[in-house]
Design a protein around this ligand. Structure first.
Ligand code: DGP
Length: 113
């Protein structure tokens, strides 16, 4: 399987503040938080970008979303959090291993900038 920065976190080669793990995904605090809660949920399977996900990944994507909501609730932000997936360098994706940002604990603009 392709190695990414995030597979190194999965494999504990790079330390991270891990908040959740199961057989399909890992969640850890962002190293450069943009909100009081800023957690990344990643699949253990390497999917570079959301657009690369396939029909077979449907259940995995649903699982990631359910876990994102559970983590936000566990962190105390169940009624006020935002999820973001950057797809592509032009919109800010810097790590090409699919990840859902979960952000909470401050005001957010709408529409997002
Ligand atoms: P994106 O820009 O959407 O690709 O988000 C990548 C995020 O990954 C960014 O918010 C910073 C975070 N990040 C990058 N390197 C590390 C790392 O080594 N550890 C942790 N915890 N987060 C990282």
């Amino acid at each position: 399987m392709t190695e990414t920065l995030f597979t190194k976190i999965i494999d504990r080669e790079i330390p991270a503040d891990i908040v959740y793990e199961d057989d399909q995904c890992l969640a850890f605090r962002d190293i450069n938080p943009k909100a009081p809660m800023h957690i990344l949920v990643i699949p253990k399977k390497v999917i570079p970008k959301l657009v690369d996900a396939e029909k077979d990944d449907e259940a995995l994507l649903g699982h990631l979303m359910l876990i994102a909501g559970k983590i936000a609730a566990d962190e105390g932000y169940g009624d006020a959090f935002r999820t973001v997936i950057n797809n592509g360098e032009a919109v800010g994706q810097s790590v090409f291993h699919l990840h859902i940002h979960i952000l909470g604990g401050r005001d957010f603009m709408w529409p997002p900038g």
